[in-house]
Design a protein around this ligand. Structure first.
Ligand SMILES: [Zn+2]
Length: 275
């Protein structure tokens, strides 16, 4: 069994601030230590369910947040920035399951460090009319390759947000967000046990799980933080202006829709206000 681990960071138990999950932050070392603990719990759980091949795709910030030699299970490590499929780079149809670890809520949700790809560019993203965070967007890639998304870990919001796009996904709640900057965290060892057990149990039943089946053609509606970004987004073919800050795009190919979204992520970076 081949398992794909897409690893973010804001949803890890104990992490509540950018200072703990950005390389320039004064508490980044703590964040990294907490992250490797959860990644290894997921790897060990996958192996307990029979996984023989595990690929860890580092999907957070500059995407080199893990010490490779400390990865459990001799997992392969896909790291570094500018990956064409971003948080889903490395996935293909040879995998039996995907796991989303350390994920966070969508930008319009009061979950810890909530955002959708870029908090300075995206104010809201809807997929077929339903609010989506990164899990729902990434599910477009899993759908293209026909791979079920078995597990998501994070706060109380990430599971319900992913469920409309990843049917049957198992949510493992390692903390309870109280605001975007505070949470009641499980002790790391408790979080590791929850993740180990949850990943093992979900993957043991993965043959019963279907890949995402987002209705096609699918429509993304995106609200930006500034009108200039909406204008810039219309430079991509197929993107139409809805109002001063909003655009929409529709595709019958889920991978193409994801790629166009990622193009907008990269493109609108040039207009993000720094203050
Ligand atoms: Zn992140």
């Amino acid at each position: 069994m081949k398992v794909f681990l897409s690893v973010d960071m804001e949803g890890v138990a104990g992490i509540v601030d950018w200072a703990q999950c950005l390389a320039t932050g004064d508490d980044y070392r703590l964040g990294r230590d907490l992250l490797i603990g959860e990644v290894n719990a997921a790897i060990d759980g996958a192996q307990a369910a029979g996984a023989t091949d595990i690929l860890v795709n580092d999907a957070h910030s500059f995407m080199r947040n893990l010490p490779p030699a400390e990865l459990s299970g001799r997992a392969a490590y896909l790291s570094g920035r500018f990956k064409p499929l971003y948080m889903m780079e490395g996935l293909d149809s040879s995998f039996q399951a995907a796991v989303f670890l350390g994920y966070h809520a969508a930008i319009e949700t009061p979950g810890i460090l909530s955002h959708t790809y870029n908090p300075r560019a995206f104010a809201s993203v809807r997929l077929n009319g339903t609010v989506t965070g990164e899990a729902g967007l990434n599910a477009l890639v899993a759908q293209h390759f026909g791979v079920p998304v078995a597990v998501i870990t994070g706060d109380q919001y990430v599971g319900p947000e992913a469920e409309p796009f990843c049917p049957g996904i198992r949510a493992i709640e390692v903390k309870e967000s109280l605001s975007r900057y505070s949470a009641l965290n499980q002790h790391p060892q408790t979080a590791w046990e929850l993740i180990f057990d949850g990943v093992r149990d979900a993957l043991a039943e993965v043959s019963d799980l279907a890949p995402p089946a987002i209705e096609l053609p699918a429509t993304l509606e995106i609200r930006f933080t500034s009108p200039d970004m909406a204008e810039q987004a219309t430079w991509v073919r197929g993107v139409t202006r809805v109002d001063s800050v909003s655009v929409a795009l529709t595709e019958d190919d889920p991978l193409r829709l994801f790629r166009e979204f990622i193009t907008l992520v990269y493109l609108t970076r040039s207009l993000v206000d720094t203050y």
